[in-house]
Design a protein around this ligand. Structure first.
Ligand code: PRP
Length: 217
């Protein structure tokens, strides 16, 4: 019997959207939503296992081959920058990675040089500001990034914006967009060779499902 394909999914909303898509191609796994505390779920009939991890850990598991395939946001891929195959944009989980600040801040502090920026995306931020040739102080946070300028921890933030509601409710505005992110399928480079047929078949089924779900007109 072939070794199961191991698929790493990030916990939370992306996991639900990913499983909904997999369900549509017959790769659903209802046990994952049964309230179980298990971390690996196997569909013996498909010879596929699903593991659930923190979103930021998905590229790590795939890079090291502990998972053959992963689903995660482009923001996480840009932050971790592992050398992975990235064959498919799933089109959901769309958000912008931006520089944001309190309304009116740029009138007082127009330039970036010498300012303090809080973010969980320190690598993305470092590259972004380095490309502009400006020197900023980056402070790494792990959540609730919008709080930092409100309490004087930083002047600006680099964070993701989906609906814009968190920014709005906290009196922050977008200063500059860095890039748009969406969920991607990533594949370990060795698995792509050793399990090519199975992986390619999965990707093509997902691609066909995305195309057939796409709005027309
Ligand atoms: C993310 C992000 C923003 C928020 C943006 O936080 O860091 O805080 O979502 O969403 P919105 O534009 O729809 O308001 P997340 O929910 O992942 O939690 P965190 O703050 O703990 O990182």
């Amino acid at each position: 019997m072939a070794k199961p394909l191991m698929i790493a999914l990030p916990k939370g909303r992306i996991q639900e959207e990913s499983m909904a898509l997999l369900e549509k191609i017959g790769w659903g796994c209802p046990e994952m939503f049964s309230g179980s505390r298990k971390l690996i779920f196997t569909r013996d009939d498909l010879q596929v296992s699903f593991m659930t991890v923190r979103a930021t850990d998905v590229p790590t598991y795939v890079h090291h081959g502990a998972a053959d395939i992963g689903i995660c946001g482009k923001d996480t891929l840009e932050e971790t920058r592992y050398d992975l195959c990235e064959p498919l944009d799933l089109g959901f989980g769309v958000c912008d990675v931006v520089v944001a600040e309190p309304a009116g801040f740029s009138e007082r502090v127009p330039g970036y040089n010498g300012t303090v920026v809080a973010t969980k995306f320190v690598n993305i931020a470092e590259r972004f500001f380095a490309a502009k040739g400006v020197d900023v102080e980056l402070i790494k946070l792990y959540g609730s990034i919008e709080l930092a300028p409100l309490v004087g921890l930083s002047g600006r933030i680099v964070d993701i914006v989906e609906t814009g509601e968190t920014l709005r409710q906290n009196g922050l505005i977008i200063k500059e967009k860095i890039f748009t992110s969406s969920c991607r399928v990533v594949v370990n480079r060795t698995s792509m060779k050793t399990k090519f047929d199975r992986i390619q078949q999965l990707i093509e089924q997902l691609r066909a499902m995305i195309v057939s779900n796409a709005p027309t007109g």
